[in-house]
Write a protein that binds this ligand. Structure first.
Ligand SMILES: NC(=O)c1ccc[n+]([C@@H]2O[C@H](COP(=O)([O-])OP(=O)(O)OC[C@H]3O[C@@H](n4cnc5c(N)ncnc54)[C@H](O)[C@@H]3O)[C@@H](O)[C@H]2O)c1
Length: 255
């Protein structure tokens, strides 16, 4: 299928690793110009310019947006957890919530504020937020992360309604379990609270968890998200907006 994305410009937040890195690579393969933004430099050199900054700093996000003369698509693939195992929720202190909400939710809001005027000026384009099944099922693993993702799903719907009259679509793409740094950090937090003899290595923990939560019983891959992200940016998806699309092996099903 030809996605007809050649020559378009894409900003990818969280482009240094994991799903964001794969999405950036897929847009390049489609003939797009990609500009990456991340808190950290990529482990291997990226095939596109990388701007280093923190999405919690609106001025930094705005300065990045101001360097781009025009933009067609914006991808927000930033995500962090609290670093603690949040079940029950009082394993966390209330003070553990602020940074998680700032990065996952306010970071996305900063991005939307900085790029909406540019997209409106072009009267075309899309925004895609990476969210999580955790934001749809009251996941007990990390309550501030779940709440931030639930908030972002809701904001994506608000933004989709506001931007639809301007020809711009906004969607949320929701992973279940993908082997990335973020997923490893969830495993690490879950093991820290266990006595040494009950701890599992990452592979054993991950295999057990994926069989338990996913009807398809298999991991999702970063390439699956990259494929849907490029499709959603294309004109084939011109009637898809305000949606949360799960790639999760059936972990979440809505009737
Ligand atoms: N991996 C999974 O199983 C999974 C599951 C559900 C949702 N997600 C979501 O998918 C998205 C991508 O996550 P991933 O798994 O690729 O994780 P990842 O850790 O590989 O990538 C996240 C990127 O965000 C960057 N980042 C973190 N804080 C930042 C900040 N303040 N400013 C700018 N950049 C920052 C990191 O440096 C990293 O490159 C996230 O939104 C995450 O919440 C992932």
């Amino acid at each position: 299928m030809n996605l007809h994305l050649q020559g378009q410009t894409v900003a990818v937040f969280g482009a240094a690793s994991g799903i964001g890195r794969a999405i950036a690579a897929a847009f390049i393969q489609e003939g797009c110009t990609v500009h990456g933004f991340d808190l950290h430099p990529p482990a291997d050199p990226a095939p596109h310019p990388m701007h280093q900054g923190d999405v919690t700093d609106h001025a930094s996000v705005q300065a990045f947006a101001d360097t781009l003369p025009s933009i067609d698509h914006v991808i927000f693939s930033v995500g962090v957890g609290s670093g603690k195992f949040g079940f029950p929720f009082w394993n966390l202190a209330p003070s553990d919530w602020a940074r998680v909400l700032e990065v996952n939710l306010l970071g996305a809001v900063h991005v939307a504020h900085s790029f909406a005027p540019k997209l409106i000026a072009r009267k075309n384009g899309s925004i895609l937020f990476l969210v999580s099944v955790a934001g749809q099922i009251g996941s007990q693993t990390d309550p501030p992360y779940s709440a931030a993702k639930a908030g972002l799903i809701n904001f994506a719907q608000c933004a989709a309604k506001d931007l639809a009259p301007h020809g711009i679509r906004v969607n949320a793409l929701s992973p279940g379990m993908v082997r990335t740094d973020l997923n490893q950090s969830v495993w690490a937090a879950s093991q820290n609270i266990l006595p040494a003899h009950e701890r599992k290595d990452y592979s054993a923990w991950a295999e057990e968890k994926i069989r338990k939560v996913s009807p398809m019983g298999r991991w999702q891959t970063v390439e699956e998200f990259a494929a849907l992200a490029t499709y959603l940016a294309s004109d084939h998806a011109r009637n898809i907006t305000g949606q949360t699309l799960n790639i999760d092996g059936g972990q979440v099903m809505h009737s």
